[in-house]
Design a protein around this ligand. Sequence first.
Ligand code: HEC
Ligand code: HEC
Length: 376
Amino acid sequence: MNRLSLISSVLLISFSFFAYMTVSEGPEDYSFDELRVIYSGDPSGWPSPHVDEGINWKELGDNPGSPFRNVDSLQALTSLGQVLFFDPRLSVSNQISCSSCHDPERSWQDGRMGALGHDHRSWRRNTPTTLNVWAIETLFWDGRAADLEEFSLLPIQDPIEMNMDLETLPQKLQDISGYPELFAEAFDDETVTLERIAGALSQFQRTLVSRASDFDRFMRGNENALSDRALHGMHLFRTKARCMNCHHGEFFTDLEFHNLGLHFYGREREDLGLYNVTGDPADMGKFRTPPLRDVAFTGPYTHNGLINSLEGMISMYDAGMARPRPRPGLEDDPHFPVTSDILIPLELTDAEKEALEAFLHAISERPFRMRRPELP
Ligand code: HEC
Ligand code: HEC
């Protein structure tokens, strides 16, 4: 081989290697520029999402905001709810408020694997954010509450959360000077009742919304609000990575229940999720699809908080999620929870995993600031 051809073959090899590197880092079906053109257009012209037959999906959308915010006639009720939400005297110990676990500075959750409640007892489930709950009709990881009014009193009386005797709570607040006035402003009557406490807490929570994210800005016409990588991630989220099967619409959830194999059936950490509510063996190990807005700031992840990072979540999805096998002796158990068959190995490249993670960051924004209000 003469010198010239040696040089040219070295050049050729390095060029093809370089070309290979750039190709493998970009989207496999469109170029970055094509993706930007496609996704800057109306969603009706976007590529069809990769969803299984029979899935009733809804296109992703920007944050619609809450219709319960800035309503003049609800102002007094909202203020009362805010005070109640931050007041530790709603707990028997006078130490724990809703905001202890749903902390405004931590995107209205606590950043812990399991919540820390009354007497420092640990709650086995991870605390979800209270942002956007006005739109979330299925509350709790196992969906056991359908509306906020029904829900709001549960943590107050829960022995591991605030452990307060609901029968004595109204009188306790009635006797704190300042509260009767706040109730009078909100209800034209100063009597404290459980129903009113629940009503005010619910109204306040319905005003808590995520701030606009890069994704929202992109959807509202700012074509450059998403980086190439995040845009690639959005495309993958809708297509190859199959996330749209369950996380769709403006809040990235179908509000349905699925089994990701994280139930620890028959083990110490067992949590059977929806089955605890319905008693139907088919529901074993199913949990509500969590909304994903602000998800970059609400770790650790899943109902038991066992997964520390988004990277970890994405790797698990890439592997087809967890498919635990029955322990010896349980092989014939007809109730052994079955992981959803929507979850299959995805064969994502490293660049694709990073793109997906970038998209999850792009649908997240730091929360608005809210100080603890002055308490009566
Ligand atoms: C000790 C920590 C703790 C306290 C105190 C607490 N919560 Fe929670 N909250 C949690 C945990 C944990 C969950 C999830 C429980 C589950 O799914 O089983 C939750 C769930 C919720 C949800 C459902 C969110 C969703 O997306 O499903 C709302 C709403 C909520 N809490 C509001 C409140 C209110 C209002 C108060 C005060 C009256 C309160 N929480 C007090 C830990 C706490
Ligand atoms: C079969 C429906 C389904 C599919 C498909 C799916 N998810 Fe999920 N996702 C869920 C459910 C259900 C949970 C909660 C599981 C639990 O707690 O046991 C969850 C949890 C999560 C969480 C943790 C959120 C939190 O607040 O703890 C993230 C992040 C997430 N999914 C992202 C994704 C991404 C990215 C994809 C695509 C690669 C995807 N999901 C595909 C149903 C699904």
